[in-house]
Design a protein around this ligand. Sequence first.
Ligand SMILES: Nc1ncnc2c1ncn2[C@@H]1O[C@H](COP(=O)(O)OP(=O)(O)O)[C@@H](O)[C@H]1O
Ligand SMILES: [Mg+2]
Length: 301
Amino acid sequence: MAIIALTYKKLVDRDFKILRVIEREMPRYEYVPIEVIERLSKLPSTHVQASLYKLNRLKLVKRRGGDYIGYRLTYLGLDMLALNVLVEKGFLKTLSSTTLGVGKESDVYTGETPTGELVIVKFHRVGRTSFQRVVLARAYAADKPKISWLYFAKLAGEREYRALEELYKVGALVPKPIAYNRHVVVVKYVEGIELYRYKNPIDPEAMLDKILDTIRKAYVDVGIVHGDLSEYNVLVSIEGGEEKPYIIDWPQYVEKDYPAAEQLLRRDVEYILRFFAKYYGVKLDVEKVLKFVKGELESYK
Ligand SMILES: Nc1ncnc2c1ncn2[C@@H]1O[C@H](COP(=O)(O)OP(=O)(O)O)[C@@H](O)[C@H]1O
Ligand SMILES: [Mg+2]
């Protein structure tokens, strides 16, 4: 079982309560003073201390000594709070040990819902690359002097979930969104292979057509651009003898009126066309495809 799941099982209500207090106070303190935790949790001091000792040992909080004793949440601590909600609300029952990708910006696990549906559980880890490039650079910083990684991780989770909801609604080929809490997003598991290692396509033209249709729906119907599209963020699943390319990994999307949106759209399209030309011999005209995905042409053929 995953460390995350093993750790989760060791926690009781009191531990979650204390984690929540620390989370809530983190915008105000780098390390939340122990007196503040005691006061806000309304638990006996001995209980708070025992719990904090345990949470620290499990690496869910980080302790600071010195002139005052204080604690702050770690990513693992935040993971526990998100899991707690997803489990209590009945979206998640188990988490598997296989780490699918410990990517730059997320840790991805498979899991199961109480009804046995296979899901992907994605823990956003912000503080790394493209999401920051796009979002950090935006207006958020101005009025919030002390924004932490917590805020950005949660923002990434919410953004990805909301984008998936919109995309799924308009019939784009994306994994079905199931739930999210804080920085954790749960989507339906796609039984498939990443495009970059998919060597013997049945019908590459039809597959490319479906990818372009999703890019177009994202742009025209939802009003967004993926911004990090490549053969690594497409999962090919075979359904009824047909290839279905699902586009995954959306937290860094930008709205189409964002200044760099056009450039990012071109980048996304060029990456995909280059891959299809190089590995499957399918060659399309970039300019025509761009007009098509922007809704300016009804066909790229
Ligand atoms: N819905 C899904 N079904 C099956 N596998 C998935 C799904 N979503 C993600 N994965 C797997 O997890 C990997 C990482 O997911 P992704 O959303 O691309 O996050 P990141 O690249 O930021 O780590 C993917 O490359 C893929 O192998
Ligand atoms: Mg990815």
